[in-house]
Design a protein around this ligand. Structure first.
Ligand code: ADP
Ligand code: ADP
Ligand code: MG
Length: 451
């Protein structure tokens, strides 16, 4: 096992990784920007190194400073968390060159699966159904128009390098296709430095169902069941749960096996997530694979009892998975609400600032993953998540009551948060019946907002 690990991230995920390391007896080294001097991930780590100015480009994306920090502190491994450098094959490769273990899959695999067009190729090879669409990247409008006519409108134009719900455009007909393509290309180029785009059939009112997988370096790959992340705003997840109200044992097993097959075809090790859309007829289609720990990983931890971050670290250190698929048992229900510093009454406008009193909920089945505290100032430079509130219960009904109770206990003074919005979702009759799909918020939450 490693004795020293550097965490190349910030916020709640850095704290989450520090906790896993401590339980494994590993010394932790945090890196931080000048804006994060007072951050919890700095306070909780054994050592901390300042790597640059506030902007992410100068700090959490500053590869040379991060590698230097690892070398100067004799770190044997780097955990990248999610976002920032987590899906940079270049960074993973540079770690390898410098004899530092990157806690994640091999750079070649990140390169392959991080490119959505290439990943579609792998899924096809693994005989997993894909959303109908391009076989390669789009070269011209003519090519796109032909393909769209074949698969039928509406279609989605997506960025090969896309992530975080960005670089995606809907086209309802041939007239709007050209403009959507141009917009998607521009957005992708600006956001990801890569303007390659492809086309997919638009699946109407789908569920977003993803499978958590774990694989070691010896070819053992298992899955921890699904997460239902259908509750989204602008293609970004807001609330996730496991299991899904849609899946039965049969479909769970089928999709689980498909995810494992994709991971096997990609030569995957570490934790990873295979994302699918599922339509009304319960047809499932691969959309992408995330080669990192996911924001919503705690939901799977709560129902499976597996510590996904510790497993990532053990796998990177060369340990074999100590169990097989038959040993995994999904117990009860879990749900996560992403509590963002955003004002739901004002179009989810970011609401950074200094938190006054910060009082987190507790009691049976409640977990809070957060890097905030009373008096903490949320910097405007990074994402707006304050906390993840995760709740476990025997049944979905118990989880919903418990989540409402916990959300009401949660006090975050002085900044606006998404707590009131989550409370409304949990009271929505369609949500309570488990009728969720990716356009749920547009379709079911349009009535005027009253607190
Ligand atoms: P998850 O799939 O784990 O729910 P999100 O899609 O919410 O994750 O993304 C997690 C974090 O990573 C967010 O801060 C998001 O903005 C960032 N992110 C994801 N993909 C990319 C990407 N390709 N480029 C830049 N940032 C990304
Ligand atoms: P990202 O890398 O940004 O997470 P994904 O490919 O995972 O992108 O898609 C994010 C979300 O966008 C999905 O969960 C879904 O809500 C929506 N989406 C993506 N592709 C399609 C599609 N072909 N049809 C309908 N919705 C889609
Ligand atoms: Mg995705």
């Amino acid at each position: 096992m490693f004795s020293r690990v550097l965490i190349a991230n910030r916020g709640e995920i850095a704290v989450r990784i520090i906790r896993a390391c401590k339980e494994l007896g590993i010394k932790t080294i945090s890196v931080y920007s000048t804006a994060d001097k007072e951050s919890l991930h700095v306070k909780l780590a054994d050592e901390a190194v300042c790597i640059g100015a506030a902007s992410a480009a100068q700090s959490y994306l500053n590869i040379s400073n991060i590698i230097a920090a690892a070398q100067n502190t004799a770190a044997e491994a780097i955990h990248p968390g999610y976002g920032f450098l987590a899906e940079s094959s270049y960074f993973a490769d540079l770690c390898r060159t410098n004899n530092i273990k990157f806690i994640g899959p091999d750079p070649e695999v990140i390169y392959l699966m991080g490119d959505k067009v290439k990943a579609r190729g792998i899924a096809m090879k693994a005989e997993v159904p894909l959303v109908p669409g391009s076989e390669g990247a789009l070269n011209s409008y003519q090519e796109a128009a032909m393909l769209a006519r074949e698969i039928g409108y509406p279609v989605m134009i997506k960025a090969s390098a896309g992530g975080g719900g960005r670089g995606m455009r809907l086209a309802h007909n041939e007239e709007s296709l050209k403009e959507s393509m141009e917009m998607a290309r521009m957005e992708a180029g600006a956001a990801f430095g890569n303007d390659e785009i492809y086309i997919e059939k638009y699946i109407e009112e789908p569920r977003h169902i993803e499978i958590q997988i774990l694989g070691d370096q010896y070819g053992n790959i298992i899955h921890l069941g699904e997460r239902d992340c259908s509750l989204q705003r602008r293609n970004q997840k807001l609330l996730e749960e496991a299991p899904s109200t849609l899946l039965d044992k049969d479909l769970r097993e089928k999709m689980g096996n498909m995810a494992v097959n994709i991971a096997r075809a990609a030569n995957y090790h570490s934790a990873g997530t295979v994302e699918f859309l599922v339509d009304k007829q319960k047809n499932y289609y691969f959309i992408e694979m995330n080669t990192r720990v996911q924001v919503e990983h705690p939901v799977s931890e709560m129902v499976s009892g597996v510590d996904i971050v510790k497993e990532q670290i053990r796998i990177a250190a060369g340990e074999a998975l100590g169990y097989s698929q038959e040993d995994i048992e999904i117990r009860g229900w879990a749900m996560e609400c992403r509590i963002n510093a955003e004002d739901p009454q004002n179009d989810f406008c970011p609401s950074p600032g200094t938190i006054g009193q910060y009082l987190i909920p507790g009691g049976p089945g409640v977990r809070v993953d957060s890097a905030a505290y009373s008096g903490y100032t949320i910097p405007p430079y990074y994402d707006s998540m304050i906390a993840k509130l995760i709740v476990w219960g025997q049944s979905r009904d118990e989880v919903i009551s418990r989540m409402k109770r916990a959300l009401r206990e949660f006090q975050i003074e002085n900044v606006k948060s998404t707590i009131p919005f989550h409370l409304r979702v949990l009271d929505n009759a369609f949500f309570r019946r488990g009728e969720v799909y990716t356009n749920f918020i547009q379709r079911r939450m349009t009535e005027r907002f009253h607190e």
